[in-house]
Design a protein around this ligand. Structure first.
Ligand SMILES: Cc1cc2nc3c(=O)[nH]c(=O)nc-3n(C[C@H](O)[C@H](O)[C@H](O)COP(=O)(O)OP(=O)(O)OC[C@H]3O[C@@H](n4cnc5c(N)ncnc54)[C@H](O)[C@@H]3O)c2cc1C
Length: 416
């Protein structure tokens, strides 16, 4: 069933009795050409692009819970392509271009909103770093504008400019950045993949990976063994645990990242704003709530909830940037499990096991990557070789030293 304005009118006239479930609920088949483990945004996008770009429809996406129950449905929905390094920037810009056509492509309203992403800076050194990043973006053909203090004042006059602990001296703006509705991205990819024959199997946890003669044979699951010629892992925060089923030890630590939403207020922030003197980002949802977050919790964890010290840390950063938020009430907070790689950049690659592929290490930033991640992972699986866009995102770079250290922070997950 295609979604359209005419369909809405027709269903309204028929008492909305014609709508069908957006995707099937199939029992798993005994064997697939490709099994993708993880029904988050990346796994579902991989299934979709395997079908649409590579003509592979005998594909299953296996999800241990319900689709979108992981980070895909827990993030702060920021999308952007304002990266510095050549190993990252073309990949994230490809993602941005896919976002720009996604609703038409999927026939689903994913609420992509290009309201801009503004990274503030608060010192001369901060301006130099922002100018360098902006120049690198422009060399890759990506939009970037360096704003001085007056331009930021004109955009967001209620920020704390005068007498602030960290005076705002300007910002780097990517106008094409913004937000998308995270659940809708999951549902849109699921529906579009299902329409092309991909089986989306929920409540199906992968508990083992069967390997014989160095080649993957399939996966053990809570719904029985499922054979597969190729298996792709897209398990985000659980990547280390699932890869361990194949005997792999990943250069990844899992940490909790929390997010917060306030009560709804009148339109206040019409962009995505980040603080340059600490780790803090904020935007306003269409319902009016301010959506914000900050650093990861400092300890390793597989729990989807965080602790109070980070709540305090985020509140402090928020107050340092916009004191007016002090009168707002926080409605909800929640956590997700971050797959923090040691250089802060992702891995999309083959593994030492033939037919087993890895998509992991997304840290804080995998939502914006969802379309390009699925697109590149599908290419890597279908061709048994990476695409040019994910060529640098190799698993062996942590041994060879060819890191993609975007922040120059080294192997310290809390600093990426
Ligand atoms: C609070 C928070 C804020 C964030 N904000 C942003 C942001 O603003 N912008 C941005 O770009 N990124 C953001 N991120 C990061 C982004 O959400 C993730 O990097 C991205 O969603 C990860 O990819 P995914 O959607 O495939 O992951 P997930 O949705 O976590 O998908 C992985 C799936 O694998 C499943 N799984 C795990 N183990 C198994 C198994 N054994 N068998 C079967 N299935 C299994 C899980 O249940 C899960 O559904 C944020 C994350 C959090 C938590």
């Amino acid at each position: 069933m295609s979604y359209s304005f005419l369909r809405i009118v027709r269903e309204a006239l028929r008492g909305d009795r014609g709508w069908r479930p957006a995707w099937r609920d199939p029992a798993p088949k005994p064997h697939y050409d490709v099994v993708v483990v993880g029904g988050g945004g990346h796994g579902l996008a991989t299934g979709y692009y395997l079908a649409t770009e590579h003509g592979l429809a005998n594909v299953a996406v296996l999800e241990k819970s319900w689709i979108g129950s992981g980070n895909a449905g827990r993030n702060t929905t920021i999308i952007r392509s304002n990266y510095l390094l050549a190993g990252n920037e073309p990949f994230y810009e490809h993602s941005m271009k896919l976002w720009e056509g996604l609703e038409r492509d999927l026939n689903f309203n994913t609420m992509v909103s290009q309201r801009g992403v503004l990274n503030l800076f608060h010192s001369d050194a901060g301006r130099d770093a922002a100018a360098r990043r902006g120049n690198a973006m422009r060399l890759h053909g990506v939009d970037a504008a360096l704003l001085d203090e007056a331009a930021v004042r004109a955009m967001l006059p209620w920020l704390d400019f005068d007498g602030a602990r960290f005076p705002i001296t300007g910002g780097l703006l990517q106008r094409r950045g913004g937000t998308a509705r995270h659940d809708a991205v999951v549902w849109g990819y699921a529906r579009a993949a299902d329409r092309r024959g991909v089986d989306i199997v929920q409540n199906c946890e992968v508990t083992g990976i069967r390997i014989a003669g160095g080649r993957v044979q399939g996966v053990e699951t809570t719904r029985g063994f499922i054979g597969a010629a190729k298996v792709g892992l897209a398990c985000a925060g659980n990547s280390s645990r699932v890869a361990a089923l194949a005997g792999l030890r990943l250069p990844i630590e899992s940490h909790v990242l929390q997010a917060f939403v306030s009560e709804a207020v009148k339109p206040l922030i019409d962009t995505v704003l980040t603080f340059g003197a600490g780790h803090f980002y904020i935007s306003q949802s269409d319902k009016g709530g301010l959506v914000f977050g900050g650093d990861i919790d400092g300890y390793n964890s597989y729990a989807q909830r965080g602790n109070l010290p980070i709540v305090e840390d985020v509140a402090e950063a928020c107050m340092a940037l916009l004191p007016l938020a002090g009168r707002l009430r926080v409605l909800r907070s929640w956590g997700g499990i971050m797959d923090m790689s040691m250089d802060g950049s992702p891995i999309i690659d083959r593994t030492p096991v033939a037919g087993l592929y890895l998509n992991a290490g997304w840290c804080y930033g995998g939502f914006k990557a969802t379309p390009a991640s699925g697109w590149c992972f599908a290419h890597t699986i279908a061709h048994d070789a990476p695409h040019r866009l994910n060529a640098a995102m190799r698993l062996d770079r942590f041994a060879s030293g060819a890191l993609i250290d975007e922040r120059g922070a080294g192997a310290q997950p809390n600093l990426h």
